[in-house]
Design a protein around this ligand. Structure first.
Ligand SMILES: [Zn+2]
Length: 161
């Protein structure tokens, strides 16, 4: 057996072991819902601040997730718009501070969705924006485009999450 073949076998074994552990472990379940498969290189935005925000969101450690720990659990922080609690759903889907960027995001993603293998109506959701690959009817190219739209929205929001 060559060294290259041996390395390949070890890599396969380690990836399978890592995947089994990832499937059954109790920790990181929020991240697991968005990134169920191990060993894949994530698509990240080129801008450093946007990349950091995106990774924090995937790890469930962004400012929008940590609110109960910043303040008392009974007083979640309101968004600066004053309309709702400042969480991921509000930031990506509702906040009027980002309406213009959201219009472009919604339009671009709806276009990708309508050209994909999906037959149902496009429903923009946080999981679709953060982990489009979970939808098996979206191609790799569709997923890359959707993530690019999400990165652009994050960048245009000007928020460091
Ligand atoms: Zn808001």
């Amino acid at each position: 057996m060559t060294t290259g073949a041996c390395k390949c076998l070890v890599r396969k074994y380690c990836t399978c072991h890592w995947q089994r552990k990832w499937n059954i472990t109790d920790s990181g379940r929020s991240t697991y819902e968005l990134v169920p498969t191990v060993g894949q290189k994530p698509q990240l935005p080129s801008r450093r601040n946007t990349a950091i925000s995106f990774v924090w969101i995937l790890l469930h450690e962004s400012n929008l997730h940590r609110q109960p720990y910043r303040l008392s659990a009974n007083t979640p922080q309101l968004c600066i718009c004053g309309q709702s609690i400042d969480d991921l759903e509000h930031f990506f889907l509702e906040c009027n501070q980002h309406d213009k960027a959201r219009q472009k995001l919604t339009s671009d993603i709806t276009s990708v969705w309508n050209d994909s293998e999906n037959s149902e109506k496009c429903r923009i959701s946080v999981p679709l924006l953060l982990a489009p690959a979970v939808n098996s009817n979206l191609s790799t190219s569709d997923c890359r485009t959707i993530l690019s739209c999400t990165f652009k929205f994050l960048q245009q929001s000007g928020r460091i999450l």
